[in-house]
Design a binder for this molecule. Structure first.
Ligand SMILES: *Cc1c(COP(=O)(O)O)cnc(C)c1O
Length: 373
């Protein structure tokens, strides 16, 4: 089945009792036991499993071509479960430009917990290789990355990690399985913040980890999910699955709009630099063309004049909303350096755009008036 068809049907079927075409939301926390003590429905208690959560997990596993998916209450809870599946003393290699929350979890919670961590530039494969230790158990990647939309060669990272027996994981939040399927490139795990493109409407928080194979890691993740209980509410799981139904068509529009905006910005005299792998001059272009089906909906640009000028441009935008997050129908702009604070690697003149589903001409017109003078 093609991706569009799977996106519409995965994890869903008309209800055999009521005939409802769309799934019901099951709020019940508990499920009936048979006289012999078994659970004929396969459900016992909401923390262990719930029909809406299971439908979502089935769908995401199919879209990512994985063996199993484990859903969480947030992207951060999903990331945390992956690190918790390791043991104190294990070494993790993570990108220098990892999502800010991922780096924060590693630094503030998992270093004291006993993980060793090396942050490396994932576009420098020599640096990845050099960071390997006998204790390296996980190489965490995120591509395209934040906020300079850098592209990591997933196949190459898999080859390096495999040689030393380490697991590989990819935060695929920005690309989504429509544009990039890390498990098919050899990665062991895929993580998503479903808060972003998978749900797609800026109205629900969630996360998921997909494993390429069944086995020890998948079991450990399921155990962490049901014992820890950082699970999505049934309505939240329902909303994310509903978002997935239109994922490929939304992603096509996000990509086409981002391409139009990146093209406009790259020709603009008051823009110093545009980061978008869809542009032929971008350092990630060739790799993105090989590894992704399109360049995605995220881009960033740098204006000369640093923070003051970046704030001025953002303040002048009328249609593009100043807010954090990404992946919704509305375009958003953010000054990453001030959001990330002291540890930021973002240039002061950089603005990040999450390109939404408005008409591209309106987005370009808004940026044109904001950049004028
Ligand atoms: C938002 C985001 C996360 C964290 O997800 P939450 O749902 O906010 O917890 C992780 N990785 C990336 C790339 C993100 O954009």
């Amino acid at each position: 089945m093609r991706f569009e068809t799977l996106a519409v049907h995965a994890g869903g079927a008309p209800d055999s009792v009521t005939g409802a075409v769309m799934p019901a939301i099951h709020l019940s926390t508990t499920f009936v036991r048979a006289p012999d003590g078994t659970f004929p429905s396969g459900y016992a208690y909401i923390r262990d499993a719930n029909p809406n959560r299971r439908a979502l997990e089935t769908a995401v596993a199919q879209l990512e071509e994985g063996a199993s998916a484990v859903a969480f209450a947030s992207g951060q809870a999903a990331t945390m479960a992956v690190f918790q599946a390791l043991a104190p003393g294990d070494h993790v290699i993570a990108p220098l430009d990892a999502y800010f929350g991922t780096a924060k979890l590693l630094r503030e919670h998992f270093l004291p917990w006993g993980l060793a961590v090396s942050f490396v530039d994932m576009t420098d494969l020599g640096a990845v290789r050099a960071a390997l230790r006998p204790s390296t158990r996980l190489v965490w990647t995120e591509t395209p990355s934040n906020p300079t939309i850098a592209v990591t060669d997933l196949r190459a990272v898999v080859a390096i990690a495999k040689a030393s027996g380490a697991l590989t994981a990819c935060d695929n939040t920005w690309a989504t399985p429509f544009l990039q399927r890390p498990l098919a490139l050899g990665m062991d795990l895929v993580m998503h913040s479903t808060t972003k493109y998978l749900s797609g409407h800026s109205d629900v928080m969630g996360g998921v980890v997909v494993t390429r194979e069944e086995g020890r890691v998948a079991e450990r993740l399921r155990a962490l999910q049901s014992s820890g209980g950082a699970v999505p509410a049934p309505f939240d799981a329902w909303l994310v699955l509903r978002g997935i139904r239109t994922l490929p068509w939304r992603m096509r529009a996000h990509c086409a709009n981002a391409r139009a905006v990146a093209g406009f910005l790259s020709e603009h005299p008051s823009v110093e630099r545009v980061h978008y792998p869809g542009l032929p001059r971008d350092p990630g272009h060739a790799l993105a063309a090989k590894q992704m089906t399109d360049a995605g909906g995220m881009l960033s640009f740098v204006v000369p004049g640093g923070r003051a000028r970046a704030f001025e441009v953002a303040a002048r935008l009328r249609l593009i909303t100043r807010a954090t997050s990404l992946g919704g129908p509305e375009s958003l702009v953010e000054h990453r350096a001030s959001v990330e604070g002291e540890r930021t690697r973002a240039p002061e003149g950089l603005l990040r755009l999450s390109i939404g589903l408005e008409h591209p001409d309106d987005l370009v017109a808004d940026l044109a008036q904001a950049l004028a003078s």
